[in-house]
Design a protein around this ligand. Structure first.
Ligand code: GLU
Ligand code: ZN
Length: 272
């Protein structure tokens, strides 16, 4: 089977060296290489950043299959996946604000809050309240009861098979948000639905998303979608060893281009 990979940037700012590395790794590993614009958060995404992405990737010498998938045109697919989980009895509505969650977690009986891939693990305040609106959360305990255990195969920096049992998923990840109140979906739900729709067989991405992968595999299994192989790669760091932030304009590809750097220079700078 041909390996299918993707690069999935959000058009919220200029691509920097870290993005270049991620795109080059994905393109090099895929027999087929696809692009997806992750623009569900319309408050933060801008069309000019999307144009800049195509521009930078072309300049780097990359090409990808058409059409490009754009998440802003996929909202019905996310709704369908959400409905599937709802009908399986695995979701509930949550009306908590960030402040409510913080307050609940600082109650004396709660002990030390565990920080999961989405921030503090949700204390479950709304789980049995029967709210009719709000954010939609996954009932992780119920989900894991259905699945037993989940696992995925990793071919990146720490290769091997990773297994997640119910206890670990409930304690360290918990009832994650599937649909935000404002955008009706979430990064986790959208990425899973779209990787399946694009037929991605190997998801390549930065090691900062390693923990989130456990969530994605749970969602793939619940939705009856194939579980791809995962390839987490190292992150590009600045001279102080800090990983480049989402908006590290100082290392924007466009800036290096303007200063006369070549695509080969960029490859060298990211260690390829
Ligand atoms: N859109 C995400 C980002 O910009 C990447 C998502 C993924 O690779 O799964 O970091
Ligand atoms: Zn709540």
């Amino acid at each position: 089977m041909d390996r299918v990979t993707r690069f999935a940037p959000s058009p919220t700012g200029p691509l920097h060296l870290g993005h270049a590395y991620a795109a080059l790794v994905a393109a090099a590993r895929g027999k087929r290489f696809l692009l997806r614009i992750e623009d569900i958060d319309s408050a933060r995404c801008k069309p000019e950043w999307e144009t800049a992405i195509y521009d930078d990737l072309c300049w780097l010498g990359l090409s990808w299959e058409q059409p490009v998938m754009r998440q802003s045109s996929r909202l019905l697919a996310y709704d369908a996946a959400l409905a599937q989980l709802y009908h399986a009895g695995l979701t509930y509505h949550c009306t908590c604000t960030r402040g409510d969650i913080k307050a609940a977690l600082s109650a004396p009986q709660e002990g030390v809050a565990i920080i999961g891939p989405d921030g503090p693990v949700y204390p479950g305040t709304c789980r049995d309240k029967g709210h009719l609106s709000g954010a939609v959360r996954l009932n992780m305990a119920k989900a894991m009861e259905m699945l037993g255990e989940t696992s995925f195969d990793e071919t990146g920096i720490h290769p091997g098979t990773y297994r997640f049992d119910a206890g670990r998923m409930v304690e360290t990840i918990g009832d994650i948000v599937l649909a935000r109140r404002d955008i009706g979906t979430s990064y986790h739900l959208a990425v899973v639905v779209d990787d399946a729709a694009q037929g991605i067989t190997e998801v390549t991405r930065g090691e900062d998303l390693f923990e989130a992968t456990a969530i994605h595999v749970v969602l793939q299994r619940l939705l009856g979608l194939p579980v791809p192989v995962y390839h987490h790669h190292r992150l590009i760091r600045d001279d102080q060893g800090k990983r480049l932030a989402k908006r590290d304009d100082a290392r924007a590809l466009a800036k290096y281009r303007a200063e006369g750097a070549t695509p080969e220079d960029i490859r060298r700078m990211v260690g390829l």
